[in-house]
Structure formats: structure tokens, C-alpha cells
Design a protein around this ligand. Sequence first.
Ligand SMILES: [Fe+2]
Length: 203
Amino acid sequence: MTITPNVAGNLALNLRKFDLSGFDPLLKELYQHDKYTYQHSVRVGHYMQRLGERLSLSSDQLEEAYLVGLLHDIGKLRMDKKILQKRSMLSTQELELMRAHPKESVAILKDYNLPDIITNAILHHHENLNGTGYYAVEGANLSLYSKMIRIVDSYDAMTSNRAYRTALPIDAAVHELQNGEGAFFDHELLQKFIATCDYNKRK
Ligand SMILES: [Fe+2]
């Protein structure tokens, strides 16, 4: 799926609670900075919506979940493109910089007056249930949206072509997610998300 900035709104729900147009400049900037991160963000928003529907979330909650997905990596705007697009393993110092991006996302979004439930999930999108994520926040302190995005963000990263590896087929990505069930990913949410994966397509 090739995604360009002007179609983000088309992929979104018919948003009633939030006006997406306020984020257009940021999203366009992200597209210019790192096309992969932009496209990944739109897909993750789409997966958040899909999982939210499976969880029978309200329409307001679906909008919140979509925005968490769409904006979670906006902090990568402040990261050097060379690190984002590096083909080889990141150095310890580069990894430290990478770990700052959820905090940078929240910093960039500070002026947008988003509800805490959205910004907290963005801050915690790399947290594992067992407390081994970027900021060592344990599952008991993670919100529903944080646990949702941990799954769908990982799924999209695995099923996308990157500079350093080709995309995994869906069944292999699902297998990888299952390997992290309980330690990284919430059991029930993972089952619900897997049920939405279309095994007839590569992605
Ligand atoms: Fe991220």
C-alpha cells in the first residue's frame, strides 16, 4: 500500500471528535523526513481502528485509538534520517537516541491539547507487559491503547519491507507475535488482533 500525505484523512474514520486537518503540517513534514515512518504511522492507525472495532470500542474510542496509531512516531521528526534509514545495526549511542522518540512524540504534541489517554499511549508504545520496554513500565500501568499499539506497531514493522530486511509473510509475523505473548503482548488483545489478520494476502 503506497500512502501519500493527502490520503491520511481518507483512511481515517469519519472523524467527529477530532479534526485531523490540524495535524496535516506535521504529517507532511514526517512524509518529507522519512517516508517509511509516515506510511507506517498511517497503517498503524488503520490497524488500531481495526482492532478497536473487534473490541467493540465506542466511536469516540475508535478515533482516539486511530490517533494514537497515526501520531505515535511523530517524534522521529527529531531524529537524524541517517539513524532512521540505517541498513546495519544501531550502535549503543544510536539506540539511546532511538529510545527517546516516544518522549519526543509527546513533546511535539504538547501544543495540540490531546487528551492524556492519547499522549500516554504514545509515550508507552514501546512498553512490554513484563516491564522490559523502553521506559520499563509494567503491564499493570499500561493503558488499553498502549497494549494495543504494542501489538499492531510490531505487526506492521514485521510485515513491511525495510532497508535492512524484507517483509515477513503474515503467518510468520503472527508466529513472532505469539512468541511474545504474555511477556510482551497482552494475550486477549493479541487473539483479537490475529483474528483480524487476512491470511489470504501477504500483508
Ligand atoms: Fe516507535
